[in-house]
Design a binder for this molecule. Structure first.
Ligand code: FNR
Length: 386
């Protein structure tokens, strides 16, 4: 099979992964309108093609954020169960990101533990935290992330409750007697037990395996999320995390300018404009549509505040589009997970190479020699666009 895009990796992953895992990755919430709009709205963002202006031989896709060097303005987004899509999947994805010069963000609900992934790479890992009812667990996992040298905390706030995901019900992903459980028993055990399990325990989620002796959740993952995630949290509850985490802290899951301003006022270092890849509340704005108003509300007051964007990014051109709409950098979720499921670390490395090349082409044809030259001026100005 010829692989030249995220679409190809999606097809390859579909062939390779069991259906309940593929649909867990691929699907969204309710009727998946926001999932579709994330991609289609971004594809309609028109860049100004500018030619013959200057020598475009040397185009530089690199950037610096929080003192870290990025070979392109991109990070791998936190994706739960990454270790299910390939053996020791978090390690493979992290190594690919490291090799290609961008951060890997480890999800709270990973299969491999923090202590395994962080030492496997040379650059500091980013760590993503969910709001759990058990604050002692949150504190403990943060301590572990700190001890393992994670540089940046990504704090996800758009999942106080799991979204309604119809595909997961149909595929057997959700529910206590689901395909997930049978799969764990038949495939992972015994063949993959040593590869996938933690300390020989095949059913563990690496970061929550010591979770107060309770079942760790892989047998009923979605049920576990619903039981343990905490909808009571508000800004005032976050103060201790801000005080505890000395490094940069990014709030993930902001879609409204008012919330973005609150995040800046709260003392976060940045936000990720995101609707969780259309997996939470369907019908909300796509990230491409939400981003410009957020940038306009926050940047004049807080110019150093970093605005990341994810949801719908499938290629290097999309990264340039998000930057033109005002993002400092982007994250990708499904795109890298398809590549990981299809071809492991090599797949993710190849995908990042493709995205870099595509970004290079888009920058060349919009006369942007550096990332900072991608601005609102790179957009065709129409009422629809901004
Ligand atoms: C996610 N996402 C996510 N986000 C998060 O903060 N913690 C997590 O554990 C997960 N888990 C997760 C699993 C899967 C299978 C997907 C597809 C996504 C959301 C993710 O970080 C990101 O916001 C979206 O994936 C971005 O949209 P695209 O790039 O997938 O369109």
């Amino acid at each position: 099979m010829i692989i030249s895009s995220t679409k190809d990796y999606r097809e390859a992953a579909k062939r390779r992964l069991p259906p309940f895992l593929f649909h867990y990755i691929d699907g969204g919430a309710y009727d998946e309108a926001t999932l579709r709009n994330n991609v289609s709205d971004l594809s309609t963002i028109a860049l100004r093609q500018l030619v013959l202006r200057e020598d475009m031989t040397n185009v530089d896709t690199s950037t610096q954020i929080f003192g870290e060097q990025f070979s392109l303005p991109l990070a791998l987004a936190p994706v739960g169960l990454t270790g299910m899509y390939a053996r020791r999947g978090e390690v493979q994805a992290a190594k690919a990101a490291d090799k290609k010069g961008i951060p890997f963000t480890m999800s709270t609900v990973s299969v491999c533990p923090i202590e395994e992934v962080a030492p496997a790479i040379n650059r500091p890992m980013w760590f993503q935290l969910y709001v759990l009812r058990d604050r002692a667990f949150m504190k403990n996992v943060l301590e572990r992330a700190k001890a393992a040298g994670c540089s940046t905390l990504v704090f996800t706030v758009d999942m106080p409750v799991p979204g309604a995901r119809y595909r997961d019900a149909h595929s057997g992903m959700s529910g206590p007697n689901a395909a997930m459980r049978r799969y764990m028993q038949s495939v992972f055990h015994p063949h993959w037990a040593w590869d996938v399990g933690v300390n020989g325990r095949p059913h563990d989620l690496g970061n929550i395996s010591k979770y107060r002796g309770q079942p760790t959740g892989l047998e009923d993952y979605i049920g576990w999320l619903g039981a343990n995630f905490d909808p009571s949290i508000s800004w005032k509850d976050l103060q201790w995390i801000r005080e505890f985490w000395e490094g940069p802290m990014i709030i993930k899951g902001i879609l409204d300018p008012e919330d973005a301003l609150k995040a800046a006022e709260f003392g976060a270092d940045g936000i990720i404009v995101s609707n969780h890849g259309g997996r939470q509340l369907d019908g909300v704005l796509s990230s491409a549509k939400a981003l410009p108003a957020i940038v306009d509300a926050v940047k004049p007051k807080y110019p150093e505040f970093k605005i990341f964007a994810d949801s719908g990014i499938r290629n290097g051109l999309d990264i340039v589009r998000m930057l033109a709409l005002g993002a400092d950098a982007c994250l990708i979720g499904r795109a890298f997970v398809y590549a990981l499921g299809a071809a492991g670390q090599a797949g993710v490395e190849n995908l990042l190479d493709l995205m870099k090349k595509e970004m290079h082409v888009a920058m060349t044809l919009t006369a942007a020699k550096t990332v900072s030259e991608i601005t609102r001026d790179s957009l065709v100005r129409t009422e629809k666009q901004l």
